[in-house]
Design a protein around this ligand. Sequence first.
Ligand SMILES: Cc1cc2nc3c(=O)[nH]c(=O)nc-3n(C[C@H](O)[C@H](O)[C@H](O)COP(=O)(O)OP(=O)(O)OC[C@H]3O[C@@H](n4cnc5c(N)ncnc54)[C@H](O)[C@@H]3O)c2cc1C
Length: 455
Amino acid sequence: MDTATANKQTDTPQKIAVIGAGFTGLTTALRLAQAGHDVTLMERAENLGGLASGFTLDSGQPLERAYHFTYKTDTENQKLAKELGVADKLKFHPSSIGTFYDGKVYPLMTPIDLLKFPGLTFIQKIRTGVVALYLQRVRNWQKLTKITAMDWLTKYNGEAATKVIWEPLLKGKFSEEHYRDVTMAWLWGRIHVRQVSKDKGEVVEKLGYFDGSWSVLVDGYEKKLRELGVTIKTSTTLEEINYDAKGQKPYVVVKGKKHSFDRIVTTTPSNVLARLTANCSQMTKKYADNLNSIPYLDAVLMVFTSKQKLSDYYWHQFSDKNAPFLVLLDLTNLTQDADETYDGNHVYYIGAYPAKGEELFKQSDKQITADWYDGVRKMFPEFDESQVQEAHVFKYIDAQHIVTIGYEELIPDYQTPIPGVYLSNFTQIFPEDRGINFAIREGEKVANIVLDDIK
Ligand SMILES: Cc1cc2nc3c(=O)[nH]c(=O)nc-3n(C[C@H](O)[C@H](O)[C@H](O)COP(=O)(O)OP(=O)(O)OC[C@H]3O[C@@H](n4cnc5c(N)ncnc54)[C@H](O)[C@@H]3O)c2cc1C
């Protein structure tokens, strides 16, 4: 238990509901239960972990549905892994990035790689190198909140290099509809962390992954929560959050039935909270509008295993405006354990973030698989589908929010206008990109706010 929470041990336990069992909800539930409260954790999905939840390959090995790694600077992850007794499973491996350009994959990790990259002129390469260096070193990100990434990059990196290097990445991450709106502060957060997470003199970054997948950490939480007496209700979708003014308690509605609590912490996406509280008279228009003002994207992921090694890189991105997806990963090129852990198979991930209403999210798993195999063939003509052992498609709603100019003004408060109801989710993380490390930090933060209020 962290010391702040330890000092808040209570003699009068409160009945608290935590909604959503991603890393924010798991951490909130853990800290509130450790402080002696009677916690119920409710999750819509059938398992815990949220966007980082796991599944098991037909061949028996655990994996996460969406690719996840951690930086060395993600200290919250490391602290939790230690507290839950799984720190020895977290290993750091040298990363490798290739970018697909003009029919080939080129390395894009070091200044030498950049100099050899054929997609830019010498002057454009120097300018790109200087811009990358500047973004890695600059600490004053506040001024970058006032300009979009596309405008800033076009101004400082030039139009041609922005089109080749940055635009495909931003478009892939934020969709055709939204990529022009993203603030430069978000991109700064992504680039800066890559520099600060390197050890002194380290040229190639190292990324962390749990032996046995992130399920190791999720299972650690579950074990601890059960030991602490937390009631865990999976496959439980909230239909409403409201306030009983007479009884002076907030309540949730599940399958049409009311359940009252002293306090409720919701870690669902903001738009979900707005929907759940639509009939609550304590909710203000201002807060609800605020919740609805942050647009989200969904995510589509495919995991497949194959005996075939397609490249030497872990991460494959695109310098190509017709990219078939955002990213292709070979997890086993990071962990170097295809043989011992995955029966000689490589584990590939493909990912994309469609905007709301985009065709991709509606397509059948079969269609997505067929289209994305075509995309892999475009990158690697030797790709042999007959060597694929198994393939799985996963879809997540509200997987990434859009960080626009003036985003700071949109971040919702932890305390909602409904007495005893709190919100903690990844839209409150800024300027850092959302990630498990910060989900843990947010979970700690909201638990401390609740404990202070109880005191
Ligand atoms: C493709 C992809 C790759 C990523 N890669 C990385 C990475 O490499 N490293 C990293 O650190 N992070 C990564 N992330 C981000 C990371 O997964 C998230 O930041 C983190 O998991 C968010 O946790 P959370 O608890 O805030 O939200 P979530 O995990 O979204 O949890 C919210 C929970 O609320 C539940 N819920 C929603 N509505 C209801 C309802 N009505 N009733 C009950 N429950 C409900 C949801 O089912 C969900 O489980 C990635 C995310 C994606 C999508």
